[in-house]
Design a protein around this ligand. Structure first.
Ligand code: 13P
Length: 279
């Protein structure tokens, strides 16, 4: 069943756990994640970046692909289909019109007032359609979709202002995490995280989940994080398995080559879901 993020994240906030957001890149990624989460009987958020959407052919392709998998695989868990780091109102509109149930508008590189203005426009379009909106304050740096940028931590007063003025459903405050691999230990601002989660009624999102040690993930959930985004870690797990397969096999059947990463992806999905959701 496709649902918006509110339906799953509010339970997470109430019961102090985090829902995994896994980025998808193709049919296989979506299929493996859905199958494994169905075994676990836990809700999941499938994140799609603009780059991944372009790669797969567009928002309609992705939306129909996920809906088709839910139907044909008899997936019964709640599934939220979410735009990851939408860069414009236009992008979010297209995804919503294609059937996405949740969007992130990321205007975090712009000055706060502009970020608020763009986010407001997205909420105005999304809300009447029952689509939820996530926004980012400060800037989460690192490397994503082959684009690198540097980080800027969020200020509490900016977060409160954006949430109050826009009516978003979840907030991704930049508090020290980065996309992609970390150089050294992550340095998360747990104090601000806790203060924000106690001040705001909406759930908080942690981007850049790859490479954060388990203890810090648990601390982040303890401090009020209710959605954790994972992308790079699944890609690395898949790549290791496929490299190994190619080294030891002559098969040129793409189903075998791509599919040789299935177990690795599913194991990672299970590991993360159990860590984030077991209370
Ligand atoms: P990682 O690639 O670091 O796991 O981050 C994913 C993410 O935050 C997607 O928005």
């Amino acid at each position: 069943m496709l649902v918006n993020s509110k339906e799953i994240l509010f339970d997470a906030k109430k019961n102090h756990y985090a829902v995994p957001h896994f980025n998808i890149n193709n049919l296989e990624w979506a299929k493996y994640i859905l199958e494994e989460m169905e075994v676990l009987k836990k809700p999941v958020i499938l994140g799609v970046s603009e780059g991944a959407s372009n790669y797969m052919g567009g928002w309609n392709v992705v939306s129909n692909l996920v809906k088709g998998l839910i139907k044909d695989l008899n997936i019964t868990i709640p599934v939220c289909l979410h735009v990851d780091h939408g860069t414009s109102l236009e992008t979010c509109r297209k995804a919503i019109d294609a059937g996405f149930t949740s969007v992130m508008i990321d205007a975090s590189k712009k000055p706060l007032e502009e970020n608020i203005e763009i986010t407001k426009q997205v909420v105005e379009y999304a809300k009447p359609k029952g689509v939820t909106v996530e926004a980012e304050v400060g800037h989460i740096g690192g490397s994503e979709d082959q684009i690198s940028s540097s980080s800027k931590n969020a200020r509490i007063e900016d977060c409160i202002q954006l949430v109050e003025e826009t009516g978003i459903d979840s907030l991704a405050p930049a508090l020290g995490s980065v996309h992609g691999l970390y150089h050294g230990e992550p340095n998360l601002d747990f104090k601000t995280m806790k203060e924000l989660s106690e001040t705001l009624e909406i759930p908080l999102v942690l981007h850049g989940g790859t490479g954060i040690p388990d203890e810090q993930i648990k601390e982040a959930i303890h401090c009020g994080i209710n959605k954790i985004n994972i992308n790079t870690e699944l890609q690395i797990a898949w790549h290791e398995a496929v490299k190994d397969f190619i080294k030891n096999n002559d098969s040129y059947d793409p189903r075998k080559v791509i599919g040789s990463g299935e177990v690795a992806i599913k194991e990672k999905v299970r590991e993360k879901a159990e860590m984030f959701m077991n209370r």
